[in-house]
Design a protein around this ligand. Structure first.
Ligand code: SF4
Ligand code: SF4
Ligand code: FES
Length: 252
């Protein structure tokens, strides 16, 4: 008999319904990833007990770890389904692969969660450069090579949610904006055009739910799939917030 891969999936029909586990058995193929496994289940949604089920809902877009949409807990660790290779997962946990939705976001259905909280945090910190019209304003200010190299890793953030999933301070009871939004605020505050809106970002970083809520556990750094130097961003944000609060006090 050909080799089979056992996959246990945590299912949930609606945001408010309870969850249940279903187990599927998929024929092994070299090069399989979790997204392909979910597609195989969708093509034949029958559990190992022979019960007829439904395709597992999940989110995906780029299929190459750029959009962050397919983020879920695979074998208990938060990561992207599209780059989670079955061979590596079986080496970690040979008997089965487990798939669960992230725990810090509302479940839409099955493995699909609503990451709006992260996008709301990006809105709060004004994580963009204001374009006041689209007329020709001449050349933009130049950034030094060193500044570009410092900024580049921060631009690779895909708002996937791995960092906030691992962060003990990001939870239902807190207004903490989380490490990804803080890192984006640092990115735009250091940009030669973005820095014109720096004070608006500093009001958020220095306010409720801002950098003071970070407990410095550094879990976020360990799970970021893009290896973004989050603790450097958090330290920069902390120093900038202290300076901002002092200068605001002195201006009174
Ligand atoms: S900082 Fe890293 S872990 Fe957090 S959302 Fe961005 S890419 Fe994902
Ligand atoms: S260092 Fe701060 S943001 Fe990162 S996981 Fe810890 S508390 Fe959360
Ligand atoms: S589908 Fe875009 S990161 Fe996986």
């Amino acid at each position: 008999m050909s080799k089979q891969v056992t996959v246990a999936v945590k299912r949930q029909d609606t945001q408010t319904s309870g969850s249940r586990w279903e187990t599927f058995s998929i024929p092994y193929e070299p090069g399989l990833n979790v997204t392909t496994i979910l597609q195989r289940i969708a093509a034949n949604p029958v559990t190992v007990e022979g019960e007829s089920s439904t395709p597992v809902a999940f989110d995906a877009c780029c299929l190459e770890e750029v959009c962050g949409a397919c983020t879920m807990r695979v074998n208990g660790r938060v990561r992207q389904a599209c780059t989670a290779l079955v061979d590596n997962l079986l080496a970690e946990q040979p008997d089965r692969i487990t798939l669960e939705p992230m725990t810090k976001f509302p479940v839409v259905r099955d493995l699909h969660v609503d990451r709006s909280a992260m996008f709301e945090s990006l809105k709060r910190v004004h994580a963009w450069i204001t374009a006041d019209g689209y007329f020709d304003r001449g050349a933009a200010p130049r950034m030094s090579q060193d500044a570009q190299e410092d900024a580049y890793p921060l631009t690779t953030c895909m708002t996937c949610g791995c960092c906030v999933e691992s962060c003990p301070q990001f939870n239902d009871g807190s207004s903490f904006i989380g490490p990804a939004a803080i890192s984006q605020a640092v990115l735009f505050n250091e940009h030669p055009v973005g820095k014109f809106d720096a004070n608006a970002r500093m009001e958020v970083l220095a306010g409720d739910g801002g950098i003071a809520d970070c407990g410095n556990a550094q879990n976020c750094l360990k799970v970021c799939p893009k290896n973004i130097p989050l603790t450097q961003s958090l330290a920069k944000a902390g120093r900038a917030a202290t300076k901002y609060v002092i200068s605001r006090f002195l201006q009174k």
